[in-house]
Ligand binder design. Structure first.
Ligand code: SF4
Length: 428
């Protein structure tokens, strides 16, 4: 939306009081995110002057529509997730009209990948960039509101993705992170089998100067032999896979309407580790799903102990209305959820520390993201931005470049090191 507005003559300002149009891109995924979005809207609505227009865009708007305007007065426009590319038309319309009735733009049919009005589907952060390859999700996970918000999975056209990746290459991007709700579903809706593997092979050829390509959000059961083969063949594709598993007990997974074949998980993780040297696997779990017993939670701990994931995130179950699990309510107490969350994270801390200690004495390529007072900070292939660890390095190293680092220390989530002596590093 920011790009389309910019291309149509709108300028951004960091000061809300200077803006003629205020846009909040909301999140409607789980409770805390919804609260944050509502607070941002409330604050702007309370402080805006009569000449300003306030628009609530994004997932919360798509999911709750007029319920938001009932709770917060002063919102002039609501634009959902299906046609965010209409933001300029909607904004222009609101600025011209006389009435102060809220304008709702919530059409059902998405335009993702078909007419994005020239917006690059990338989010650039320093020398890394997220590149969206699809939108929406067709999986039936009982706890999840995303399919309600985003609709079913739509793959973006390959040519468009390649073009955007080439643009990222031309501006010196060092890491492209492929994202969508389920990257392993890429291509299914446009008749391509093994679409993610195919896309990766095309990307590798199209952007040879981008050293790192990272894959997020794989769906269990859909990590194919061809995908494993592709990751293991091309050095540009990082040996990193984020595969949210959500639980380690079969009955829980069935109740969550998730793939429940745990043998597949054990076999595939082992196969991946065999074929992709030094593979880092990230996963996420939910604790406190309705009906989760202590025994079932214990199975999750055993599963985590068995598979020794490199990176692990956990969520405490968040009740979401209109989801398949909504009729189950939210019977596990907050205290139990918190306790299970802490036990799971405590177990993972030991696993993570052990994994990290194995890197002491080894060399890792690290993408430098900043420095201060003689200490640089960066990420290795094992670290996706914001959610994983970092590498802390002695010396001020060039930001946005990949440096070879000798690892000298390990903490629970982070590593520390010094520039490798085998390379000629420009210390600045
Ligand atoms: S695969 Fe992910 S986005 Fe899709 S329904 Fe399941 S949890 Fe939600």
């Amino acid at each position: 939306m920011a790009q389309i507005l910019h291309n149509n003559g709108y300028q951004h300002t960091d000061q809300p009081e200077n803006a003629q149009v205020l846009i909040v891109n909301t999140c409607g995924f789980i409770g805390p995110a919804k609260e944050e979005s509502m607070n941002a809207l409330q604050e702007l609505a309370s402080n805006k002057n009569s000449d300003q227009i306030l628009i609530a865009a994004g997932c919360l708007s798509q999911r709750y529509g007029s319920a938001i305007t009932k709770e917060i007065s002063g919102i002039d426009g609501i634009i959902g997730t299906r046609r965010w590319m209409d933001i300029v038309d909607i904004t222009d319309k609101m600025r011209k009209r006389k009435s102060n009735k809220t304008l709702y733009h919530l059409p059902d049919v998405p335009h993702v990948g078909k007419d994005e009005k020239g917006a690059l589907r990338v989010a650039i952060q320093g020398s890394s960039a997220y590149l969206k390859i699809a939108d929406g999700c067709r999986r039936p996970c009982a706890f999840c509101a995303i399919p309600l918000i985003k609709g079913s999975h739509i793959s973006r056209p390959i040519d468009q993705i390649i073009e955007e990746a080439q643009h990222l290459q031309s501006i010196g991007t060092q890491e492209i992170i492929l994202i969508s709700q389920d990257t392993t579903d890429y291509g299914h809706d446009i008749g391509i089998k093994n679409g993610l593997a195919m896309l990766l092979k095309k990307l590798v050829r199209a952007v040879p100067e981008v050293p790192w390509i990272r894959i997020m959000y794989a769906y269990p059961g859909y990590v194919t032999n061809e995908l494993i083969e592709t990751i293991s063949t091309y050095p540009q594709i990082l040996p990193y896979l984020d595969m949210p598993l959500q639980h380690g007990n079969k009955s829980m997974l069935r109740r969550m309407k998730r793939p429940a074949n745990l043998n597949w998980v054990y076999d595939t993780v082992n196969q991946m580790r065999e074929k992709i040297p030094n593979l880092a696997i990230r996963t996420t779990f939910i604790v406190g799903y309705p009906g989760e017993t202590e025994d079932e939670f214990q199975d999750l701990l055993n599963f985590v102990e068995d598979l020794q994931f490199d990176r692990l995130g956990a969520f405490q179950f968040s009740y979401e209305s209109q989801t398949t699990s909504a009729p189950l309510g939210d019977p596990v107490s907050k205290k139990t959820k918190k306790d299970r969350f802490e036990r799971l994270m405590h177990l993972q801390q030991n696993i993570s520390l052990n994994n990290n200690q194995r890197f002491i004495g080894k060399n890792l390529d690290v993408l430098i993201e900043g420095y201060d007072n003689g200490i640089s900070i960066g990420r290795s292939y094992r670290d996706a931005p914001e959610i994983d660890g970092t590498v802390i390095i002695e010396g001020n190293l060039p930001i946005g470049q990949i440096s070879n680092i000798q690892i000298t220390g390990a903490m629970t989530y982070d590593l520390s090191g010094i520039p490798s002596t085998t390379q000629n590093i420009n210390l600045i």
